[in-house]
Design a protein around this ligand. Sequence first.
Ligand code: NAD
Length: 318
Amino acid sequence: MKYRKLGKTNLEVSLVGFGASPLGAEFGPIDPAEGQRAVDAAIDYGINYFDVAPYYGRTLAETRLGEFLAGKRNQVVLATKVGRYDIGGFDFSAERVTASVDESLRRLRTDWIDIIQIHDIEYGDREQIIHETIPALQRLKQTGKVRFVGVTGYPLQQFVDIITHSDVDTILSYCRYDLLDTSLAEILTPIAKSEGVGLINASPLHMRALTNKGAPDWHPAPKRVLAASEQAAAFCRDQGVNLADVAMQFALASADVASTLVGMSKVRHVEMNVRATDMALPPELLLEVQRILEPVKNVIWKEGRPENDDPGAVEKQS
Ligand code: NAD
């Protein structure tokens, strides 16, 4: 496993990061024993970056991850979130996010969180995020409960504003640098690099759209995006290749993100995703997959408050 510095933090994170939302059954039920084995295997393969949130499985993912990391906490960089608690359940107030950190510490069975992130800031009021939420979390650094502060979300322009007007250590962006969308590289990477803000690229499989199993029912992407993804998966199968391998390899090739965060709850997926770090697929195959996906490239959906949408975003599942 290779490691990269996460922005100006002193953290070295693994190129492949462990996304723990599937541990909260976000993609369907999971076998907890297999989840434990997946976490153990990930650590054995050198994955040291783990991301979770109270929202995933409405606290289930944090509880399970805390259990699965027992005795191994010192070997990992642990990131969780505040502010989102249900589908429409957001509270970015200083009081709630401060209490939320204590609740996460208990569930995760730890005394400190390496990166505390504000979850899906596009659902919040930008002024509150900048003037209340971020400062409240920055103050918590002095208590030793958190080490670094980050933000997460889908639209990209909002992060440019956050970097310009506040003090954050990391940004987690999802579904914006993969085979279906590469806008992260144009919109956010240059300013994040120049300001020393660590970049985490989440959902390299576009929340399972870029796999043989295909997207879950709740997937927000427009139908034509999911149809093109299915076509790409079928093409890969015909070539004796797995689209997930192509997607992982594509995302991992970005030199500008510190860690690529993929959701896992099975040993088999851990092994596939680790293997993708040094797998050589024929370049013509990648070109053909990109040709299939070209008509839906960079098609984005509306997420959060309308004023926070990136230009050109379309209705979810349209
Ligand atoms: P993803 O693109 O990583 O896809 C995960 C799904 O693909 C799961 O169903 C998993 O079982 C399956 N999978 C994993 N490896 C596979 C493989 N090799 N072959 C076939 N299927 C495979 O989407 P994700 O889980 O949503 O994103 C990764 C992580 O990033 C999350 O778990 C979460 O920690 C984080 N994230 C954060 C935010 C946010 O903060 N707003 C949003 C999205 C994701």
